[in-house]
Design a protein around this ligand. Structure first.
Ligand code: MG
Length: 337
């Protein structure tokens, strides 16, 4: 097997603001695994909050490149185990390699992954479109520019309720909110009932990721389902969230790829929790990986390519929130850079 990689710093359509700060560009690493002339692609965007840069991913990959390449590849699950032990402190890099391995595997088998897994895509959830934090006027304007059936609204400011109220006055679409760990327990207790009145369907990560005491209180009292994102990064954290959150928001990058994500979905279902997959502003490569898992999800947030002004691949398209597949094997993508 041969490994190759490409790094990009892709501009957003609009500067993207959440409760932790603003970004104008998204750095991302694309890896390419080549085996018997077939190429598979994977992606991991860098996220400051998790302290992993593209440079760190490249440095780690370069330091063990020969090991990555010498593995006798037959199927992705065994490869993931090998990579997980090779890079124990870099789930992002393992994610990029794992997605590439699945793309490669699907191409070797000549089928899209969801077909290989026997999944029925006819009842897939629709993806939301994210409205970042801005002035109320601009948030309403961004929403109006993108008519969509579901919006995810970033909150965690002084005027969250006014923001959502203004959006609600201008749309009948489903609204969900993501506080990105930006509220205190008291703020959450005050805001959640008001958001419920505004027809919000769910709340993502209301409190700081380690505030389990606060989450216990919210879980007992919340009028809306609460989803763990920052509190549920790794596979072994799913169980911890039961009794504190109603659902989890899996990100392929933080959990280290498709392989552990499939196990996390299974675990969450055993614990009767809802499942969502979110993106981290991935291009079409990372989101095409999410698309393969859609039939297993309650909700999905995979609008990365819609928020970015540039892409590096073709493949899935967005028909008013409904994902349309290319039907090519693997992830169904074509790398265009
Ligand atoms: Mg989130």
């Amino acid at each position: 097997m041969k490994v190759n990689y490409y790094k990009f710093d892709l501009p957003f359509r609009y500067p993207f603001t959440i409760s932790r700060g603003t970004k104008t560009h998204q750095p991302t690493l694309i890896v390419e695994l080549e085996h018997f002339g077939i190429k598979g692609y994977g992606e991991a965007p860098a996220i400051k909050y998790y302290d992993i840069t593209v440079e760190k991913m490249i440095e780690n990959l370069e330091s063990k490149k020969t090991f990555v390449e010498k593995f006798a590849f037959t199927e992705p699950e065994r490869y993931w185990h090998y990579l997980h032990h090779l890079f124990p402190n870099n789930p992002f890099l393992v994610c990029a390699l794992d997605i590439a391995a699945w793309d490669l595997y699907g191409k070797m088998k000549g089928k899209p992954l969801y077909k290989l897994w026997g999944l029925d895509i006819s009842k897939n959830p629709m993806t939301d479109y994210t409205i970042g934090i801005d002035t109320i006027e601009k948030m309403v304007q961004k929403m109006k520019e993108k008519p969509w059936p579901i919006y995810k609204v970033k909150v965690g400011t002084e005027n969250d309720i006014e923001m959502v109220k203004a959006l609600r006055q201008n749309t009948d679409a489903i609204l969900r909110v993501d506080a990105n760990a930006g509220w205190t327990t008291e703020q959450a207790l005050e805001k959640i009932p008001l958001l419920k009145e505004l027809g919000v369907e769910l709340v993502e990560q209301p409190l700081a990721k380690d505030n389990w005491e606060g989450m216990k209180i919210l879980y007992e009292k919340s009028a809306l389902p609460l989803f763990a994102d920052e509190s549920c990064a790794l596979e072994n954290e799913v169980e911890k969230c039961a009794g504190y959150f109603h659902g989890i928001n899996i990100k392929l990058t933080k959990c280290s790829g498709i392989t552990p994500a499939r196990r996390m979905i299974k675990k969450a279902r055993e614990l009767t929790m809802q499942v969502m997959i979110g993106c981290m502003n991935e291009t079409t490569i990372g989101t095409a990986a999410i698309a393969q898992l859609l039939p297993l999800l309650d909700h999905v947030d995979m609008d990365g390519p819609l928020l970015l002004a540039e892409d590096v691949a073709t493949g899935i398209t967005y028909g008013n929130g409904q994902i349309i597949y290319s039907d090519l094997p693997g992830l169904g993508i074509g790398f265009t850079r």
